[in-house]
Design a protein around this ligand. Structure first.
Ligand SMILES: Cc1ncc(COP(=O)(O)O)c(C=O)c1O
Length: 429
């Protein structure tokens, strides 16, 4: 199958194996719905990303793994031991990262619509802020002076993404004004304010959007990267000193379907290296913020078939999960490969709609997709669910969050999260 990856996803006797362990056995032993992550694959992807960049770039490379993609503690631990830095977007993420052993100096906070209280919290934890607005710079300066900050800027050209909701640069997407970053025409004002307030600008950052991977998209990213470098040079002239880092953000995509291609990582690395050479720009540190690329294909959501019905000629296969556990198909219209764990390939295929157990019509993982008809109690594997799966999960319909298993170096670690609403105060009015 196009999605097979040695030692990660394989098919033996028509059954699915994850890290050489039977997917069906994992599901039967620990129950469904359950996310299974292959920690070895996460480590491989991190190394591929880091080493490919290193092959073409002589600077120090800082990979700030974007923990919003997947904050499982074991995966954070694996990446930490490999030397990863982090991209965090909320005080809660920062606290969680520190509690999981990340030194504050390894964390860059890039928030949007950030409150004074958020900034106070993040700064009290010793973490650097990547300011996304002039208002944020003003708020930071009320809390602390004489601290290093970086600026998240917009390259002034349209951003990129698999869906308009994940495009984070440019003026607008799908007629919705983009809320992120300091627009290119406001950079001078932001720099002036930071100088007046004694905040030392040490870095420049951009993040143009999430899940892009075609050659055309890469070329657009590289045009934006060129603008970032030009802006960094201009900024250094104004400031009179060298920046510590420039940060190209995240966004490199993964292959979700057979018709898509893998991310052109080599061309990405070469493209960045050529821009730096052509613009004759030297800097000590280059930062990157991949999330999906590192964890996306490592995760599989295992669900059980609970109900099969025929309705006006359609076959509806109900499962024990829904968009409360994996929202990507509903929110973005995303395609995920879905495989029957004990019958991966079969001649006998039908058009099937795979539906979740939430009371919403839109709660479907696949619509009229050609695949082998499963039986009740069969286990289905929803592939490429490692990024923006569990981290976007909710308790809608009061359903539980799914469990998680991490397979790493022949060890299984199982997680379960319980939410309880607690009374914190009662008062007579
Ligand atoms: C500032 C920033 N950096 C990095 C990322 C990670 O993006 P991806 O998972 O597409 O690499 C995001 C995601 O939205 C982001 O907002």
């Amino acid at each position: 199958m196009w999605w097979e990856i040695p030692n990660h996803l394989s098919v033996i006797n028509n059954k699915l194996y994850i890290a050489n362990i039977s997917a069906e056995e994992l599901a039967k032993r620990f129950g469904t719905p359950i996310y299974v992550y292959n920690g070895n694959r996460v480590l491989d992807k991190y190394r591929i990303f880091y080493r490919t960049l290193k092959r073409y770039l002589s600077q120090i490379i800082r990979i700030h793994y974007s923990m919003k993609a997947n904050n499982n503690p074991k995966l954070l631990e694996i990446l930490k031991s490999e030397g990863s830095y982090l991209d965090c977007v909320s005080p809660e993420e920062v606290e969680y990262a520190i509690a999981n052993g990340y030194a504050p100096e390894r964390i860059l906070f890039t928030g949007v619509s950030v409150s004074y209280e958020d900034l106070k919290k993040v700064l009290s934890l010793g973490v650097r802020i990547n300011a996304d607005s002039i208002s944020q710079i003003k708020k930071i300066s009320k809390i602390r002076k004489d601290i290093p900050i970086s600026l998240r800027i917009d390259p002034g050209m349209p951003g990129l993404g698999h869906n308009w909701r994940t495009i984070t640069a440019g003026k607008e997407a799908h007629n919705v004004p983009i809320k992120f970053s300091i627009s290119i025409e406001q950079i001078d004002n932001a720099v002036k304010l930071a100088k007046e307030e004694n905040l030392k600008i040490v870095g420049l950052h951009m993040h143009v959007g999430s899940n892009w991977k075609t050659e055309e998209e890469l070329n657009e990213f590289l045009s934006a990267a060129r603008i970032l470098v030009q802006q960094a040079k201009k900024l250094e002239d104004t400031l009179g000193y060298k920046l510590e880092f420039i940060n190209f953000g995240g966004g490199p995509g993964i292959r979700y379907s057979e018709k898509e291609q893998d991310f052109p990582l080599e061309k990405y690395s070469i493209g960045i290296s050529e821009i730096l050479k052509e613009l004759n720009y030297s800097i000590d540190n280059l930062a990157f913020e991949p999330g999906r690329y590192i964890v996306g294909d490592s995760g599989i959501l295992l669900v059980k078939v609970t109900d099969i019905k025929e309705r006006y000629g359609d076959l509806i296969v109900g499962v024990d999960s829904g968009f409360n556990h994996l929202i990507r198909p509903v929110l973005y219209g995303s395609y995920h490969e879905i495989v029957n764990c004990n019958n991966v390939e079969s001649e006998n295929k039908k058009l099937i709609t795979i539906a979740g157990n939430l009371c919403e019509t839109g709660d479907v993982f696949a619509v009229r997709r050609e695949m082998p008809l499963p039986n009740e109690n069969d286990i289905l594997a929803i592939l490429n669910a490692g990024a923006y799966g569990y981290s976007m999960a909710s308790r809608y319909n009061m359903r539980k969050l799914p469990k998680e298993i991490v397979i790493y170096k022949s060890r299984l670690t199982i997680y379960e999260e319980k939410f309880n609403r607690k009374v914190i105060m009662e008062e007579i009015v």
